[in-house]
Design a protein. Structure first.
Length: 390
């Protein structure tokens, strides 16, 4: 039979890693698992009231496509963000927004810069567009926190001819906001080179041990800020994200015009979510505050369990977001540590290598778990780690 040839942009689905295999085996045996890396808010009891009522609008039965997204939704969003509605584009998700922006800004073979450590999605998103995702380093200094290696970033951008710089504000999993000095340096550099900034701000309102500022409205360089219902209202199932276009007037107008062609090609945002947005957005601030209270309580519980004058552990500074990092003595690889925790305590969590940490000794924990579950997880995690060091 003739062998079919597939695109080199994506490989065949990889086999499950050892952690996934071990978790599947444990479930098949009927043994419980407490997932300390759970990132799905719907499995953590997080959702605002009134969602179903907001989705019941009769307008949902009428198809009136707009490439930028329904005007009623963009007007509500523009009022919240303090920008013009014609600078907003609605997409099915921030992942789709990245794909649109990569199409807008890059030709196949060109490079985008992405943070490291960072969420392991960009290799796929860039690869599917035929692009190269090149990492720039975040460095940690305790207790000050994480900072971008600006000099190395600029050098890489120049040497590789990067067309865009992706900033996660705050970053996942480091929880670090873009500092004001970093912001100024990146904006000035991007403006001088004609490089666009893409700022992913889905975790922006979840400030914990720091605070950040949106890049939305930045007028010195071309900038695209991303957000959506997935984190703002813990509604990833509604599949609605958005892009805000900012920058010098002429560049922003041209970018919006070209982005409209891309959006019009897909028309992927659904009418129910867009029509519901004006009713949902007024609930966002109170809802975010309630989620933030849970995040802070769990982070405090984590610090209480693992910090102290003689503690061999370190909870890294977590300025914002849903993830906290624990640094522990290296008694084996992070994968071996995670496998041991699963077998001995029934705890699942993410080892640092999943986020491209440069060395072993990091575990990533989700702060959105119900506090009782999180506290139980801290007990098991501490018991197991102490046992290894005894």
């Amino acid at each position: 039979m003739r062998r079919y040839i597939f695109s080199g942009r994506i490989a065949a689905a990889a086999h499950d890693n050892r952690l996934a295999q071990a978790a599947a085996a444990r479930r098949a045996s009927g043994l419980p698992i407490l997932n300390l890396a759970e990132s799905n808010p719907s499995r953590c009891g997080l959702s605002p009231a009134g969602v179903l009522e907001a989705l019941a609008a009769p307008e949902n039965l009428r198809y009136a496509p707009d490439p930028r997204g329904l005007l009623v939704a963009r007007r509500a969003l523009a009022a919240r963000l303090g920008c013009a509605e014609d600078r907003l584009f609605l997409a099915a998700s921030t992942s789709e927004a990245y794909a649109w922006l990569f199409k807008l800004l890059c030709d196949p073979g060109q490079a985008v810069l992405v943070p490291k450590p960072g969420y392991p999605l960009f290799d796929y998103l860039a690869g599917l567009e035929g692009l190269r995702a090149l990492p720039y380093r975040l460095e940690y200094r305790h207790p000050g926190g994480w900072a971008i290696d600006i000099d190395a970033l600029m050098k890489a951008a120049d040497e590789q001819g990067a067309r865009a710089i992706v900033v996660i504000n705050p970053n996942n999993p480091t929880g670090s906001y873009l500092g004001e000095a970093e912001r100024r340096a990146l904006v000035d550099f991007a403006a001088s080179r004609g490089i666009a900034l893409i700022s992913d701000e889905v975790f922006l309102p979840y400030a914990l041990e720091g605070e950040g500022r949106s890049l939305g409205g930045e007028d010195a360089c071309l900038c695209f800020t991303l957000d959506g219902l997935s984190k703002l209202l813990c509604l990833p199932q509604l599949k609605l994200g958005w892009i805000r276009v900012s920058g010098p007037a002429e560049a922003a107008r041209e970018a919006a015009s070209r982005l409209e062609v891309i959006a019009d090609t897909y028309l992927s945002a659904g009418a129910p979510a867009m029509n519901a947005l004006p009713a949902l957005l007024p609930r966002a601030d109170a809802f975010v505050a309630s989620v933030r209270a849970r995040l802070r309580a769990n982070l405090a519980a984590m610090r209480a369990a693992f910090e102290g004058p003689e503690s061999p552990y370190r909870v890294l500074r977590c300025e914002g977001g849903w993830t906290a990092l624990l640094e522990c003595p290296r008694v084996g690889t992070d994968e071996e540590l995670a496998l041991g925790l699963l077998e001995a305590e029934g705890l699942a969590l993410h080892p640092g290598y999943l986020y491209d940490f440069e060395r072993e000794g990091y575990l990533a924990l989700s702060l959105i778990l119900p506090p009782d579950d999180f506290a139980r997880g801290m007990d098991g995690l501490k018991r197991y780690l102490d046992g290894l060091l005894a």
